[in-house]
Design a protein around this ligand. Sequence first.
Ligand code: P6P
Length: 337
Amino acid sequence: MIVNRTILTLDEFTLQQLRAFPTATGELSSLLRDIGLAAKRVNVEVNKAGLVDILGDAGAVNVQGEDVKKLDIYANNQFMGVLKHGISCAGIGSEELDDVVVFDDEVSNNSKYVVLFDPLDGSGNIDVNVSIGTIFGVYRRVSEIGKPCTAADFLQAGNRQVAAGYIVYGSSTMLVYATKRGVNGFTLDPSIGEFSLSHPNIKCPPSGKIYSVNHGNFFQYEKSVQQYINTCQKKDKTNGGPYTQRYIGSMVADVHRNLLKGGIFMYPGTIDKPKGKLRLQYECNPFAFITEIAGGKATNGKQRILDIVPTELHQRSPLFIGSINMMNELEEYLKQA
Ligand code: P6P
């Protein structure tokens, strides 16, 4: 019987990758399947968030000083749980937790990887039914295998990531996953409860006509950023302007759209927040890794995001990310500063 495998599930895709690379141990594939499982569980709760008492503030405030929504906590526990009980992860760092969590059991201590994640980015949008997402980055440990992972494992530059991805809980639920071999998108098929390969080998268009920025902070941006934003609004044959402004206020949704359609997303430093708002380790770095593998570019306005050596787990960074031609155009303005 010939089985018509026109659409690969996430599991089939990871097994196919394993067959193609026999030397692979399967730990990274197993880690991806763990993340896919947690994503399916979170998706169920996100999809019914309006119906159950999972909305609203949990009364807690996280390390960022933000009200923690109950769904944040649920998502954090789901991803932490599957990674702790898997075979590939020695510990995690999360936006929702003040410090890293060292799993410190025999299997985990012998695992090669650590994971940094934002369990539910854009959670302020939960109550108004706007797309939200999970963001994660995977690093090979620098600490000794066989012993508990250490804080140093979680303070590696983003160029040390071996994989990164995100889940966008939107009109459909999609998991986008990148390794050095490429970026692939899997859409959750509710009829079989599996993520299925829907966007193989994603490439970020080199140019685009979408710019994403919070105009409310305009007068707090550096002059060079203001000048670039003004250019985005001008009719200009050379850059295809004017561009369209699209800003959802949920990074996963904004960056995902620009990755597929072409565009630039900016969260610059402001007078109030010179380092910007976004966190380096589990927002900027994973998206910078994914975007570069897809052919785009990501900087903090001065240097490549992936080359920044972190000093703190929750440090913030300005972020400019997207289509390479739009990023190069922006950098011409930033150089003049
Ligand atoms: P602002 C959500 O809280 C978030 O961290 C990102 O998802 C989003 O891009 C950004 O903040 C929006 O911030 O200040 O423009 O509302």
